[in-house]
Design a protein around this ligand. Structure first.
Ligand SMILES: C[S@@+](CC[C@H](N)C(=O)[O-])C[C@H]1O[C@@H](n2cnc3c(N)ncnc32)[C@H](O)[C@@H]1O
Length: 280
């Protein structure tokens, strides 16, 4: 393919995504182009200078068609960047969201060698494995109610050479250890808010990873009922929650006798993460 052909292919497909109503059409076109032509995303903006075959071009066109039909870019390229690493993702797990990186930001400096850390509702494993990459001397446990999610998190752990244990469990039902730190991003979308989610999310992401019952906090409330029993002395837990759920969550934390509570805001200045010390 000539450089000129490639450039016009890229521009026409980018336009196609824009017309299809794809919000992130520029970023998606770049990521798909990089994948189809086998170049790193850091280089993709220089796409004009790379050789490519007609096969690369056909693959790019197929990927663009899928994206135009609403398939998330990460599902097409089977990967998503989170914190400092790339994670395998597919329709069995939630696509890691940038706002969840706040959990890593809040906890990374608290890690101590030998600390027992649980990522409950691990999905792709992006939270726990990102912490492991910050300090590989922690004892990491990844747990999820979904066997498919656990299997994908195992694949990610292998890829990142992380030594950790996997537990298939509905919240703490199959967890018999205590931990120094528990991190969790459980489902928190309320029943009435579900219909406002983007069509792309409803169609392509697992509902059990999103749906938090009538209030949105139903699963988190169950978590709060048991978490204290699974924390070591001076242990703490960190939860992500939805925009505007902080008042309701505060009430639940008070009800469960948690008094040492610190809230953290995301880049939009909205409370998104809470760090809570064990109730002694
Ligand atoms: C919002 S996703 C978060 C995934 C990943 N930790 C992340 O931040 O991208 C919620 C995860 O919790 C899991 N989950 C939902 N209910 C659960 C339960 N009762 N016990 C354990 N895991 C649960 C889902 O399968 C899903 O993987």
């Amino acid at each position: 393919m000539t450089m000129k052909n490639k450039q016009s292919l890229f521009l026409s497909k980018k336009e196609l995504l824009k017309e299809a109503g794809c919000d992130d059409y520029n970023e998606s076109a770049k990521r798909l182009f990089s994948k189809a032509f086998g170049i790193s995303s850091a280089q993709s903006y220089k796409y004009q200078t790379y050789e490519g075959s007609n096969e690369n071009a056909s693959l790019f066109s197929e990927m663009i068609s899928s994206r135009a039909f609403g398939v998330p870019t990460s599902h097409i390229v089977c990967s998503r960047s989170f914190w400092k690493n790339d994670f395998h993702v597919d329709k069995t797990v939630l696509d890691p969201r940038p706002e969840s990186e706040l959990i890593i930001d809040v906890t990374k400096n608290l890690l101590i060698d030998g600390m027992k850390v649980l990522d409950l509702g691990c999905g792709s494993g992006c939270l726990g494995l990102s912490l492991y990459k910050e300090n590989s001397n922690i004892n990491l446990f990844l747990a999820d109610i979904s066997k498919k999610a656990l299997s994908l998190s195992k694949k990610n752990a292998e890829e990142l050479k992380a030594d950790c244990e996997f537990i298939h469990s509905d919240l703490f039902s199959n967890i018999h250890n205590n931990f120094d730190l528990i991190i969790t991003n459980l489902p928190y979308i309320a029943k009435d808010d579900f219909r406002y989610l983007q069509r792309e999310i409803i169609l392509h992401e697992p509902h059990e990873a999103l749906y938090g019952g009538r209030s949105g906090l139903d699963v988190i409330k169950q978590f709060l009922d048991s978490v204290n029993r699974h924390l070591n002395k001076s242990g703490f837990f960190v939860i992500e929650f939805g925009k505007g759920q902080d008042c309701l969550l505060k009430e639940e934390l008070v009800r469960s006798n948690f008094n040492n509570v610190y809230y953290y805001k995301d880049l939009n200045n909205v409370n998104r993460v809470v760090c809570v010390k064990k109730d002694t």
